[in-house]
Write a protein that binds this ligand. Sequence first.
Ligand code: FMN
Length: 277
Amino acid sequence: MSLSSDAVARRFGDGGPSGEGAEDNEMIRRVLSRKTVRRYSDKAPSEELLDLLVAASLSASAKSDFQQASILRVRDPARRAAIGELFPAMPWIAIAPVFFVFLGDARRLQRIGELRGKPVRNGTLEGFFNASVDAALAMQTMILCAESSGLGVCPISVIRNEIDKVAAILGLPDLVFPVAGLCMGYPQGEGYVSLRLPRGATTHSDRYDDSALSSVIDDYDRRRNALHAIPPDQQRGNNEFGKAEFYGWSEDKARQAAKAEGAAFPPYLRSHGFSLD
Ligand SMILES: Cc1cc2nc3c(=O)[nH]c(=O)nc-3n(C[C@H](O)[C@H](O)[C@H](O)COP(=O)(O)O)c2cc1C
């Protein structure tokens, strides 16, 4: 088995295609084994490396070349602490050596329209969606480049749960919104590669078909549980849902998603320049 096909097997464990025989590619191998990191050593990445990562991130593809991602680095310890205090359950937000915020920036294109005397209405759903996708692509590009430099990262979308406070701390104007923060530092400890859904659930050929979902998810739950069982004391919402005898990934995610997050985000957007029509 090649290193890549080994990594595919570890990532999916679904017995699916392994890529065996394809030319070795270091980047693909790294991506297959990547993992989110939430604990960091004290060593800070150099400013030069961070400059490079920002440049690489902004080299990501951008819809229509509109370039609607912006990157904000939170350097001021007081602002960092103020954001961290909003999310005590995620201490890595306050203590990671570096913290970026990836912004969907629908404002710049609208301002460019003003500068050129061509009115642009960019608070539409299209404007919001394009800016979100650009910011997400920029973030993922930074993630992969940072990981290839030996750094570990953790995206932080929970900041949108306190959007009014976070936007005030960061001085965000209308039509600019956070897609996610990004904690970054050199990893402390090994972490583990998180098993992905079997490709039978997430890939389709020619026609969408999820008819086997139920059995595929049951199988995934069992395999994931054998690798990284969720301890009984980490079951969510037992008061509401009751204690589960078997508590797999799908039970955990269904419970998590049933408690909708981000209620403050739509009203925030609507009162900050987005009509979303
Ligand atoms: C858009 C996005 C937002 C995320 N937000 C958070 C967050 O707020 N807090 C956190 O601890 N992890 C967050 N994560 C990390 C995910 O939980 C993590 O990627 C997922 O569990 C899969 O793990 P892996 O990346 O190691 O494969 C986020 C990831 C993404 C892509």
